[in-house]
Design a protein around this ligand. Structure first.
Ligand SMILES: [Zn+2]
Length: 187
């Protein structure tokens, strides 16, 4: 496994729609190595999600750490690492909720982003098995953030008021004091 460089805003891969992964490609050891590298790169960068376009690769593929919302600060509950290939998502309702997000491709910035609180996810796992599940709260937010990366969209595009945009230190100092936020992981 290896840590791969994460591309940042301005790289065309972050603004291009990704291609579906041909499922036979999942049998290619090099592609499995790519998935392992994505998990390692996400972990090394301290992120909660990473999409293939963030490595400059045009695949509909992302990985993320599905933190159990009831055990976020509990070190004994390791997040479940998920790999989604060719995902699709359907919001459960039109309602949106706001919370903080950051992005490994937009270093050190935070902003308030509206997202659906629950989504139905349809995808394949890394072995080509169908995955259909419901994601809610923080997991739903991560899935929507990473799914956007497969369509050339970053969280800045989803913000409705850029005045909440802040650098990490200033965000901690002035913006989240006393707030009950689930979000703000980098994806
Ligand atoms: Zn991101």
């Amino acid at each position: 496994m290896a840590i791969r460089p994460i591309v940042r805003l301005g790289h065309p891969a972050l603004r291009s729609p990704a291609d579906p992964v041909p499922l036979e490609k999942l049998a290619d050891p090099e592609f499995q190595t790519l998935i392992d590298d994505m998990l390692e790169t996400m972990d090394d960068a301290g992120g909660v999600g990473l999409a293939a376009p963030q490595l400059g690769l045009p695949w509909q593929l992302f990985v993320y750490a599905a933190v159990d919302p009831d055990h976020e600060d509990d070190d004994e509950h390791e997040p479940e690492l998920k790999v989604l290939v060719n995902p699709g998502i359907d919001p459960e309702s039109r309602e949106v909720v706001y919370d903080w997000e950051g992005c490994l491709s937009i270093s050190d910035m935070r902003g308030l982003v509206p997202r659906y609180p629950a989504v139905l996810v349809h995808a394949f796992d890394r072995h080509g098995e169908r995955l259909d599940f419901r994601a809610e709260r923080y997991e739903a937010r991560i899935v929507q953030h990473e799914f956007d990366h497969l369509n050339g969209i970053v969280f800045l595009d989803r913000m409705r008021d850029l005045r909440s945009l802040a650098f990490g230190d200033e965000w901690e100092q002035f913006m989240i004091r006393g707030e009950d936020s689930e979000g703000a992981g980098d994806g």
